[in-house]
Structures are given as structure tokens and as C-alpha cells.
Design a protein around this ligand. Sequence first.
Ligand SMILES: Nc1nc2c(c(=O)[nH]1)N[C@H]1C(S)=C(S)[C@@H](COP(=O)(O)OP(=O)(O)OC[C@H]3O[C@@H](n4cnc5c(=O)[nH]c(N)nc54)[C@H](O)[C@@H]3O)O[C@H]1N2
Ligand SMILES: Nc1nc2c(c(=O)[nH]1)N[C@H]1C(S)=C(S)[C@@H](COP(=O)(O)OP(=O)(O)OC[C@H]3O[C@@H](n4cnc5c(=O)[nH]c(N)nc54)[C@H](O)[C@@H]3O)O[C@H]1N2
Ligand SMILES: [Mo]
Length: 773
Amino acid sequence: MNDTAYRQHSSHWGAFSARMDGGRLDIRPFEADPDPSPLLANIPASLDHPARIRKPLIRRGWLEDGPGPDQRRGSDGFVEVEWEEALQRTAQELRRLGAAPALPEDRPLPGASVFGGSYGWSSAGRFHHAQSQVHRFLNSVFGGYVASVDTYSSGAGSVILSLVLGNAIRLNRDHPYLRELAEETELLISFGGLPLRNLAVSAGGNSRHLGKSVLQRAAARGCGFVSVSPIADDFSDLPGVTRIAPRPATDTALMLGMAYRLHQTGRVDRAYLERYTTGYPAFEAYLTGSSDGVAKTPEWAEAICGVTASEIAALADRAAKSRTLINVTYSLQRAENGEQPVWMALTLACLLGQGGLPGAGFCYGLGSIGNIGKEALAVPLPTMPQGHNRVGDFIPVARISELLMKPGAAYTYKGETRRYADIRLVYWAGGNPFHHHQDLTRLKEAFSRPETIILHDSVFTASARHADIILPATITAERNDIGAGGNDPYLFAMEKLAEPFGEARDDYAIFANLADRLGCREIFTEGRDAQGWLEEMYEPTRAALEKRGCNAPSFEDFMQGARIDLPVRDTPGMMARFHEDPSGAPLETPSGRIELFSEIVAGAGLPGHAAWLAPAEWLCAPMAERHPFQLVSNQPATRLHSQLDFGATSMAAKEKGREVARLNREDAARLGIGDGDVIRLHNERGSVLASARPSDAIMQGVVQLSTGAWYAPEDLPGAGLTCVNGNPNAVTSDAGASVLSQGCAGQLCLVSLEKWDRPAPMAWPHKAPFSAV
Ligand SMILES: Nc1nc2c(c(=O)[nH]1)N[C@H]1C(S)=C(S)[C@@H](COP(=O)(O)OP(=O)(O)OC[C@H]3O[C@@H](n4cnc5c(=O)[nH]c(N)nc54)[C@H](O)[C@@H]3O)O[C@H]1N2
Ligand SMILES: Nc1nc2c(c(=O)[nH]1)N[C@H]1C(S)=C(S)[C@@H](COP(=O)(O)OP(=O)(O)OC[C@H]3O[C@@H](n4cnc5c(=O)[nH]c(N)nc54)[C@H](O)[C@@H]3O)O[C@H]1N2
Ligand SMILES: [Mo]
């Protein structure tokens, strides 16, 4: 490549320009970004790291013995093969499993035994988006696949809000919360804090990081902030911040205590409830105890959450007196009964009655994803069509182990009873289930079940280690694309920065070649190459820009490294229209209003209103007598999930290659644990080593270990299968959040914690089995 010119590119954590400088990628953050992310510094290592896969790999046992369930997955060796052989064998296996052109309508589709949910964030870039590619491919050759619904990000929360408020993610994309917080809010109560580290990221791109400046503007105006979190640094140090640290998983009780105080002091906004909500009487009967004999007083709440009754009452009083925004981050719902804190926060905001005021009311996910709360865009973004999935079967995304282990078994979802499909083939591209799923020992067992597992990735992740056929994919830096993300006000031409590593190929090229061998080329490619698709996808956005009289360059001009400013919508969003006219602009709920009682939820086996339901794993549970620490496995500050775990920012924060776990300084002293000591966290599900960092920021009884260290299981004498790199999913539970949502509940679990006083095994370096270096 030309070594002198900077070229434009983009990532989930920011746009940038880069050039090759002496074999190294030199990166400059996007000049209009007020607060570029340190995650950019992870990118240069991705070009040629020993973790990169240079050629297709086939697992030895699969090559020698053919497809079938196999316990050797995860510990078997791999054979490097030429592309021709890899594609030929892959196509042969897909054909064996039923892939064919023009599948007959009168027989069950072969895709009904293919799991193609393939959850994962993959990379920025609208065309080379791995999920879109794999879904389109499976639709083309199998007539469809068993899909996954909801996300690891927001399973319980999205399900409950879809029933009681409408599509939450869409509602949040639809409302300028950040501007209103900067200009209007008087009091922000944020459950889960508002950690700026998480605002680094947004799917598809986050080119202007606004969180820091928004909080500063609000603080300068005198806005008060209440950060409710077990971790003090989940909120920036700003004037006006109060920190409240309830026991993890008890926020619903805290909010009920506040609601009781509002009720008791006559400050429930009944006119608001009347006009905009349904079901308040049933909730009130629960709040006062007339339905269950327990009044949810601040004193009642104190006994559960550990925050004093007077603090709870004072917070309710303050909220009623101010223009108050109640925000709940995704983290609270990634937990057992995770629906409840979200529904309760919405209920509390309704009691306060400020939903129609700018900068007040209820907000979900501010502080979780960078672009939430930015202005909505006025033009559509380029989108790769995925084709039609005729199979129609799905799992709630975090039921992957169950699906593979229990074909035919019944489970419930949103009040329905469903059955798991019988899966023969798993096809994954753009995700790392051995990062994102819980209880990885169980996932190992689940991954031994299918006949064949095929995976595309650019690096040798733990998921690759558990696959049969690994096809090496390029990274974004090695291809041209279009960068854009919801609520991000730019469209970027993403220019190729480097030649592909080794023999890596684009996902699209791999799928097109396989489709060709299966007689399905035309249906998959529609006769287009990558450039043809980019042009096709660009046109609707260009046309919409032109129609609005905005700058709308031709495709050729755009792809020369251009950046287009996208117009934002100037009409009110759904929530604002609803508050203007609740019957003229009803919500997408059964009643058209906010449902404080839901028949569907009640019919699904949960209380019909928000309620405190004690989880199995919290600090006052019987299990805490065995495992007294609450593990908070939150998002990593130094990377996106497991991506680029080998990058400079990620590695610099580790200790001898091992992830750092923070625990309260007094807990550490009591257990004789010093800074840098290796500790072991464990429970009946598994075991993980981490490097200890005592800290005043962590509440007592809590240990924090972020996700993302690559899973590295070793059988350690006396400890069993133990992840030596520090992946918390070695110990988390993969039980669903509830019978309603079956959402991921990975954020919180109980563990024992002790100093590891035997010789500590080395952390596993990030390395492909046949690496270049
Ligand atoms: N305990 C616990 N677990 C959690 C969470 C938690 O809070 N606690 N959080 C959960 C959440 S919110 C999420 S979203 C998930 C995230 O889970 P994932 O989205 O699975 O995590 P990533 O590390 O982003 O995995 C993306 C993978 O795609 C690969 N990739 C990137 N670009 C491409 C490409 O172009 N082609 C191909 N073929 N591959 C590509 C990357 O190398 C990487 O291996 O984790 C969940 N897991
Ligand atoms: N840098 C970076 N940013 C990211 C990501 C990343 O991997 N890296 N991932 C992105 C993705 S995919 C998602 S979905 C979002 C996730 O966004 P979130 O789920 O909101 O983020 P987390 O970091 O998991 O959790 C935020 C904080 O919630 C607090 N918390 C946990 N349990 C409780 C509780 O019971 N009560 C209260 N009050 N607080 C609690 C913890 O202290 C934790 O630090 O983040 C996104 N942002
Ligand atoms: Mo997520």
C-alpha cells in the first residue's frame, strides 16, 4: 500500500485515519471526535499478531474420523490445509447436511437442523458485516437456519419493555437524551452508574464521543447526579455526584422503597398515571402491602439493599422536587429476574409523572452504548439484505448450551412453550461464544454435541479452538467498506489500509465460493462482487440525501475516502408524540399506554407488575454462605469484549498477561491478598485465576472481573478446570434471567475468593496453532 497517505477507516469505538509507517499502522483519531477512545491503540496489533490465522484449519479428529459428536473439541490439534481443500471439504459437508439450490417446498428444510444464530459484534462496516453475511448464506443454501432473538446486551430488559413500553431500543434511538441531559435535567439518578468507558462503543461506529462533555455541561449547570452502583468509578468525578452502593441485584427493592415514600407523602402524580399508564392499582396494592401483607417501606428496602431508609426517603423527596431523569443501564437486567429493575425504574418514573418533560422521565441504556441518546438520523443507512429465513425457528440468544444439549426439550419464552431444535451443524461468523456465553465448562460440553462446527474468524479464539473447520477471515483494515452506525451522524468510506494477512479472505468471498460449489452462487451473490454490493447498498442513502438537498456524492466519489454528514431528524420522536397525544400516538403495547400491570407478563408466570424477587445468587442468599463474594463481570475498559485482547491498551492493563480483578481493600486485607497476587474465584460451576487489585472503588463483598480475557482452561490440581487468563464466564451461570425472557444473566454470580498460593501457571499467550511469528 502507499505508505505516505493517511486513509480513512472506522471501528465500533471510533473513526480514524491511518497509514503504514515502517510496517506499523500509525493511527490518528477522527479530528471531530472530542474524546477519542483508548481502544484505538488496540488496532495496530491486529494486522500481523501471532493470534492471526494465516490458512484454513481443520481439526484433526474431524479430518480423520469424519463428522459427529466429539469430546475432543477444544483439546484436539489442527491441520493447516490449502483453501481448495478447505472449501471442497466444507462444501461436501454442507451438501451432506442438505445444502442445495431450489429446496423443495414440500419437505422439511435442512436449515431446521442448522444453528446460524451466530451472535456477536463482529466489526464495523455495513457490507462485510459477518452476521449479515452468514445469515444470507444460510438462507441461500439451506432455505434458512435456526436463528437467535434478543441480545446478550439486553435480553430481559428488551423483552419486558417490548411488552410494557414498546420497542425499547427503538424508543431510545428516537429521543435526544444526551442533549436534554446537558441542557435540562436537574437530577439524574442512574442505576448502574454512567461509566464513560462503555460509551466508547456503539455498534457500527461511534465517531464523536460525547458522554464526557455532556456530563460536564450538565454539571456546570448545577445538575445533580446520583450514581447507584457497587463500583464507585462507574461515574466520573464531577461536582454534584452522590454515590449510592446497594447490594448488587437489589435495585428493585431500593426503587420500591422510593416509590413507597412518594405514595406515603402524597407525591404520586395520579394525573400522569391516569393519562399515560394502565395497571397502577395492582401495583399500588403490592406497594402498600394490601395484596401480599408486606408494605414496601424504605425500612423494608433497607433490609434488602443495605442503603439506609433515610437515604432512600431523601432520594425520593429530592426526585419529586427536581426535573428528574431515571436511567437504568443494561447491566442491571443482565441478571436473574433482570426484568424487574427495568420495569420498576419505568414505574418509578411514571409515579414521578415527568415523562413529558425534556430531560426527565425514564431512560434505558444511557451509559451502556455510546450512541444511545444522540439525535435520530433522518436518512436510512446502507444495509446488506439477509434474504428470507424460511425455517422460522429461533432460540432466545443465551439458550445456546440448552439448545445443543437438549434437543426436543421444552422451554418458555414470552409466555409461550417452545421446543429446542435438533442441531447437526453450527455455523458461526463474527462472534466468540467462548467469550460471551456463561458457564463455559457447560458450553464445552454443548459444543461436543453437533456433527460439525464451522467458524470464520481472523484470530484463533477459544471458539475457534472448539470448531472443526476454521476459515481465516480478513479484518476491516484489509478491505473497503462503508462505515455507519445507528444515531452516528456520519457515513464514512472505510478504505483498505493493508493487504490481507497470510491467506485470509473476506467472509463474502468465502461464502460466494461455497455458494458456487453448492450451485447457489446466483441466489447468494445476485451477480455482484463486493464493489457491486457496496454501490447497491449506498444508493438508497445517497438518494435520500439528495432528496433532502444534502451533499450526496456519487458512489465513486464517496469511496475515495469521503465522509458525509448525515442529517438528523427535526420532528419529535415516539415518546414525545405519545406524551403530546396518548390516544393519537399510542405506544406499541397491548393497551397503547405504559403498562404498570401486564396481562402477558402475569400469564407467563411472573407477577403482573414490577416486584422484588430475590435471586438465587445475591449476597443474602443461602448460597452466599458457601460462596460469599458477588462477582460483577462488567464490560472491559480496555477493549470491546474479547476483540483485540492482544492489543496494546488491553495488554497494558493486565498483570503478567492475566486479567486484573478488583476487590475491596478491607476484604483484601482480611484475606491476606496484596496488589498483584494471583487469586482464584470459584464455585460449583468452575474456577478462574486473576491478578488481584485491592481498591476503595469496590464495595465490600464484591469482586469485579471484566469480560474479554481469552478463555484458557487448564486442569489444575486441587482446582479442576480453571481459566488461567481470567475469563469470568468460567464461573458465571447460564440460567436464563426468567421464564419470561430467558435472557443472559451473566453480569452477577456468587463465588468464593482466595489467594492462590501454589505456583501460578503462566497465562496463555494469544497465538494461532500455526502462527507467523
Ligand atoms: N459474564 C458476562 N458475559 C457477557 C457479558 C457480561 O456483561 N458479563 N456481556 C455480554 C454482552 S453485552 C455481549 S454483546 C457479548 C459480546 O460477545 P461477542 O460479540 O461474541 O464478543 P466479541 O469479542 O465482540 O466477538 C466478536 C468476534 O468476531 C470476530 N470478528 C470481528 N470482525 C470479524 C469479521 O469481519 N469476520 C469474522 N468472521 N469475524 C470477525 C472477532 O475477532 C471476535 O472473535 O458478551 C456477553 N457476555
Ligand atoms: N469499553 C467497552 N465499552 C462497552 C463494551 C465493551 O466491551 N467495552 N461493550 C458494549 C456492549 S455490547 C454493551 S451491551 C454495553 C453494556 O453496558 P452495561 O451492561 O450497562 O455495562 P457493564 O459494564 O456490564 O455494567 C455497568 C455497571 O453496572 C454495575 N452493576 C452491575 N450490577 C449491578 C446491580 O445489580 N446494581 C447496580 N446498581 N449496578 C450494577 C457495575 O458496577 C458495572 O460496572 O457496553 C458497551 N460498551
Ligand atoms: Mo452487548
